[in-house]
Design a protein around this ligand. Structure first.
Ligand code: GCO
Length: 413
């Protein structure tokens, strides 16, 4: 068997390990004016850096995106379907929008790529938001109807894997505690109720997708972080650990509790947070802080995979459905992913069932309240012409995928 010369000392991944990259509709399609995010972007005082506008014009240029994914040799492309396009008013379904996503799935499959479809990635149709969004008891049912309709149209021949609700914990926390996502509220009690509705929504979506497209793997994708206790004494550390347990229960555990019977858990990790007995601390001295405000901490991925595996009793396979870094330094991206993948290898070596790794994101895109500042992409997008310009990290990831291995040399610090 031929091996790339630079991979003679390679650290291999198991055969069948799945490689992919991810995007989300509102962050790349452009013109998604009929959802709550678009409204929030244009609401004075919302704090959103700039409107999403045309984004990467991927609604029209999805074939360019599919070509890029294929050129990297990736197995999977994770993208989301936009609820506000498919059901622009309650019970009014757009066949044209559904056909668009069907063509997109077909186009990916023709290129040898598995479509991984996310049914909810942060945005809601305006009509859902006007009725109170995920605070309304009826929203989970409306969402299940949307999932059923969409999964029926796309079918199990097209969808390879389905992600129900992307990071419900982040939507609840950023929308109803920090107030930096729509609806811009700061009320812990309401956030908890939103989280409960998301859990109902997830369970309903699993059933709806399974009923409409049997055989498709279905799971939840959860935002996770490494939680680091900080303290000088054993007592301080114990206080920090119990403070963490409390926060993590709300942010992660309640959602992991809702994944029983799912086909996978999607782990999405970017960094860590540090805590003492009083609460969350800032970055550790000497550790770089990224444009997103959190630490450069690629080892967090390993910690979160281990935590999910332990918490679920090794019952549910793990897929890294997002991991990446927003940086203008593309070499730093390569270092970040290398360290993160070393963590995946360590988990695999311990027998943890990690099925794949998905880099966030294919393109530099609309990073929510941050606008277009943070650059998570393997590919740069010219904001005037929408030309896609692959970065060196795209070629690097392609070489890792080709070898199904990390090159032998450990990364430079
Ligand atoms: C997420 C988000 C993505 C972000 C990414 C980088 O799921 O958190 O799904 O939309 O762009 O995480 O912050």
């Amino acid at each position: 068997m031929a091996t790339d010369p630079d991979t003679s000392a390679a650290r291999p991944f198991p055969a069948g390990f799945e490689w992919g990259t991810a995007t989300a509709a509102h962050q790349i399609e452009g013109g998604n004016w009929n959802n709550d995010w678009w409204a929030f972007e244009h609401q004075p005082g919302s704090g959103v850096a700039e409107p999403s506008g045309d984004a990467c014009d991927s609604w029209n240029r999805w074939t360019d995106d599919a070509d890029l994914v294929a050129s990297m040799g990736l197995d999977n492309y994770r993208f989301s379907v936009e609820w506000s396009r498919i059901e622009p008013e309650p019970g009014e379904w757009s066949t044209a929008a559904l056909d668009h996503y069907a063509r997109q799935c077909d186009g990916l499959r023709e290129r040898g790529i598995n479509p991984v479809v996310t049914f909810h990635h942060f945005t809601n149709p305006r009509w859902v938001a006007e009725r109170g969004g995920w605070e309304n008891d009826d929203t989970p049912k409306h969402f299940a109807d949307f999932c059923h309709r969409t999964a029926t149209h796309l079918g199990s021949d097209r969808i390879a894997r389905a992600c129900t609700i992307n990071e419900p914990n982040i939507v609840a926390f950023c929308g109803w505690v920090l107030g930096v996502f729509p609806p811009g509220v700061s009320d812990l009690g309401r956030a908890v109720s939103v989280g409960e509705h998301f859990i109902t929504g997830h369970r309903g979506a699993v059933d709806a997708i399974r009923a409409a497209a049997s055989g498709v793997e279905v799971g939840l994708t959860l935002s996770m972080q490494e939680w680091t206790p900080v303290g000088d004494t054993d007592d301080d550390l114990a206080a920090a650990t119990s403070r963490i347990a409390e926060a993590r229960q709300m942010m992660e555990d309640v959602f992991l509790d809702a994944t029983g019977g799912d086909d996978f858990v999607g782990v999405q990790t970017y960094s860590r947070s540090r805590w003492n007995g009083q609460g969350m601390l800032g970055a550790e001295e000497g550790v770089e802080t990224l444009i997103m405000g959190y630490e450069y901490w690629p080892r967090a991925l390993e910690a979160t995979i281990r935590r999910v595996w332990e918490y679920t009793g090794g019952q549910i396979p793990v897929i890294v459905t997002e991991n990446g870094i927003g940086t203008g330094d593309d070499q730093q991206r390569v270092r970040y992913v290398t360290t993160a993948l070393e963590g995946v290898l360590a988990c695999l070596a311990d027998g943890i069932d990690v099925r794949g790794y998905t880099y966030w994101s294919l393109l530099d895109n609309f990073e929510w309240a941050f606008g277009y500042g943070p650059r998570f992409g393997l590919v740069d997008v010219d904001r005037q012409t929408f030309e896609r310009i692959p970065k060196p990290s795209a070629a690097w990831l392609a070489s890792v995928v080709r070898a199904n291995a990390l090159p032998g040399d450990p990364p430079k610090p």
